[in-house]
Design a protein around this ligand. Structure first.
Ligand SMILES: [Mg+2]
Length: 185
């Protein structure tokens, strides 16, 4: 199913560059927060993320957060950045994504959405007609629902890897996870 297949994969958010987007005529980048940019437990963006985000504004790409998480989490995360955002986004439903793309002055066809979940982020991008970028989750919760969702993702991820043998394999995990593990030692 094309709805469950990303258009691109990266090892971690920071491997996505402004040049990748401009080469494809993309002017708006929507970002999932949890497990894409930071683990759930990290309330504020770190230095690397702030520098990475600044690179997109410098390249003239409008960036916004599109999160299914609640307002408190998203407003705190965004407090020092002041980007446009929508929380409780109900991804994969495309309504809020389309609204945010419009706010950022773009069109779905020239927008990208990056996230860590196929059935919310990738599907939302596809339902909008935006470019779907998938990264491995940084630190999954160990609850039943998350495990179930990840189990359902296995088939689409296997198909993607088979079709795109040279693309980063999301199943290999996110290098940020290793960094966090190192810090915990
Ligand atoms: Mg996420």
């Amino acid at each position: 199913m094309a709805f469950f297949q990303p258009d691109a994969t990266f090892r971690a958010y920071y491997d996505l560059t402004p040049a990748y987007l401009t080469a494809r005529g993309i002017t708006v980048l929507l970002l999932d927060i949890d497990n894409t940019l930071a683990p759930y437990e990290q309330p504020l963006p770190d230095e690397r993320l702030r520098t990475w985000l600044a690179g997109f504004s410098e390249a003239g790409i409008a960036v916004g957060f599109l999160s299914n998480n609640h307002g408190e989490r998203v407003t705190l995360f965004n407090s020092e950045l002041g980007l446009s955002y929508l929380c409780n986004a109900h991804k994969p439903l495309p309504r809020k994504a389309k609204k945010l793309i419009k706010t950022l002055g773009g069109k779905p066809k020239t927008a990208a959405l990056m996230g860590d979940q196929i059935f919310t982020d990738v599907c939302c991008a596809k339902l909008c007609g935006a470019h779907a970028i998938l990264v491995p989750p940084i630190w999954d919760r160990r609850d039943g629902l998350t495990r179930f969702k990840r189990k359902l993702e296995r088939g689409p991820l296997r198909r993607y890897a088979k079709k795109h043998p040279d693309a980063p394999d999301v199943r290999a995990g996110n290098p940020i996870t290793e960094e966090i593990r190192e810090k915990m030692k």
